[in-house]
Design a protein around this ligand. Structure first.
Ligand code: IPM
Ligand code: MN
Length: 351
C-alpha cells in the first residue's frame, strides 16, 4: 500500500502564501512512493481582521489530526503585537506539545554571509530550542498596572520533565551519523542560578547515558561571540526557549540570512509543524521577490520527520544546486524571482 500523509497547509500572511507555494511545488517534484492530501487552513492576520477569529478550537483540533503542518508566516501590520504570536503560533506549539524547536544552521554552497571568513565546513550545527515552557509560558502578570508603582512579572517556568525531554532529544540527535557527537548547553548559569542549575544538572545526568557524546557548556553571551568567531565549535546546541529564539536569528545570519533559515516545531510522537523562521516580510508581499529557500528547507525537514528520507535528501540536493545559481539570498537581490528559485530547486532535486 502506498504511504499517504495528510498535510495541513497554513500559508498565513504577507509572503507566507508565496513561499508555501514553492515548498509544495518542490515537494510535488520529489514525491515518489507516497501520496499527500493537503488541507488548507485560513489562519493569520487577514482572517483575524476579517472575522475576529484567531484559532477556533475546531480548527486546532483538525490541525491535531494531520500528519504534519506546513506554515508560511503569520503577522499583520494592522494587528496589535502579541495576539497572533500568543494565540495562534504559540498556541499551536503548546497545545500540540511541539516541545522541540529544531533549527539547523547550515551554510550552503555559494552563499554569501555577513562573516565572509566562514567556510561551509565552519557552519554546520543545529539548535535544539526548548519550545514549550521557559519565559514563553505566559506566567506572570501586572500589579498596580499603569500607576507609578506598577509591577510587571514575567516568569520563566522550567520543569524537570520539560528540561529532561529537550536534553534527551539533543543527545539522541548528537548520536545520528551525520552529527559530530557534541552537545553544548547554552544558558546563563552564572546569573539564572535556578533555571540554569536545573539545565546543567539534567545535562550532566543524561550525559552519563551517552558516553560517546561530548558535552560542553557556554554562557549565552559568549555563545554569541563564538557563533561569529568560531561556529565550528558547535554541533548540537541545547538551550531554553528565549535564548534559543535569540541565538537562532544570529544563526540565520551566519548561514546567509532569514531567507534560508528553516525550522521545525516538533512533537516526536505527535504532529509537528515546519516553517521558515523569518516573518511575513510585508514589503515584499506579492512581488515575487522573497526567497523561498527557507520554506523549501522547512519542507525538507517535514519530509524527513515523516521518514521520507529520500525525498528530503533530494530537496537538500536541490537547495544546494539553487544556491550556487542565485546572486544573493536577500529578498529582491536573488537575480531571479520567487517561483524561479522553486524551479531551480526542483531542477537540482530531480537531476
Ligand atoms: C520565532 C518567532 C516567534 C518566537 C514569535 C513570532 C512568537 O520569533 O519563531 O522565532 O519568538 O518563537
Ligand atoms: Mn524568533
Amino acid at each position: 500500500m502506498t504511504r499517504s500523509y495528510r498535510i495541513g497547509v497554513l500559508p498565513g500572511d504577507g509572503t507566507g502564501p508565496e513561499v508555501v507555494r514553492e515548498g509544495l511545488k518542490v515537494m510535488e517534484a520529489v514525491r515518489q512512493g507516497f501520496d499527500v492530501e493537503l488541507e488548507e487552513f485560513d489562519l493569520g492576520g487577514e482572517r483575524y481582521l476579517r472575522t475576529g477569529e484567531v484559532l477556533p478550537d475546531e480548527e486546532l483540533a483538525r490541525l491535531g489530526e494531520m500528519d504534519a503542518i506546513f506554515l508560511g508566516a503569520v503577522g499583520h501590520p494592522d494587528v496589535v503585537p502579541g495576539i497572533l504570536e500568543r494565540d495562534l503560533l504559540l498556541r499551536i506549539r503548546f497545545e500540540l506539545d511541539q516541545y522541540v524547536n529544531l533549527r539547523p544552521v547550515v551554510r550552503y554552497p555559494g552563499v554569501q554571509t555577513l562573516v565572509p571568513s566562514h567556510t561551509e565546513d565552519d557552519v554546520n550545527f543545529v539548535v535544539v530550542r526548548e519550545n514549550s515552557e521557559g519565559l514563553y509560558s505566559g506566567a506572570g502578570g501586572f500589579h498596580r498596572k499603569c500607576t507609578a508603582h506598577e509591577v510587571a512579572v514575567q516568569e520563566s517556568i522550567n520543569t524537570r520533565h520539560g528540561v529532561e525531554r529537550i536534553v534527551r532529544y539533543a543527545f539522541e540527535l548528537a548520536m545520528r551519523p551525520d552529527r559530530r557527537r557534541t552537545v553544548t548547553l547554552v544558558h546563563k548559569t552564572n546569573v539564572l542560578t535556578y533555571a540554569g542549575d536545573l539545565y546543567q544538572r539534567v545535562v550532566d545526568e543524561v550525559a552519563t547515558e551517552y558516553p560517546k557524546v561530548q558535552t560542553d557548556y557556554v554562557h549565552v553571551d559568549a555563545a554569541c561571540v563564538y557563533l561569529l568567531d568560531m561556529p565550528s565549535r558547535f554541533d548540537v546546541i541545547v538551550t531554553d526557549n528565549m535564548f534559543g529564539d535569540i541565538i537562532t536569528d544570529l544563526g540565520a545570519m551566519i548561514q546567509g540570512g532569514m531567507g534560508i533559515a528553516a525550522g521545525g516545531n516538533i512533537n516526536p510522537r505527535g504532529v509537528s509543524m515546519f516553517e521558515p523562521i523569518g516573518g511575513t516580510a510585508p514589503d515584499h508581499a506579492g512581488k515575487g521577490t522573497i526567497n523561498p529557500l527557507a520554506a523549501i528547507g522547512a519542507m525538507e525537514m517535514l519530509l524527513s520527520q515523516l521518514s521520507e528520507a529520500e525525498a528530503a535528501g533530494r530537496i537538500d540536493a536541490g537547495i544546494r544546486f539553487a544556491t550556487t545559481k542565485m546572486a544573493s539570498m536577500r529578498a529582491g537581490e536573488m537575480g531571479c524571482s520567487t517561483p524561479e528559485v522553486g524551479d531551480l530547486v526542483a531542477e537540482g532535486a530531480t537531476a
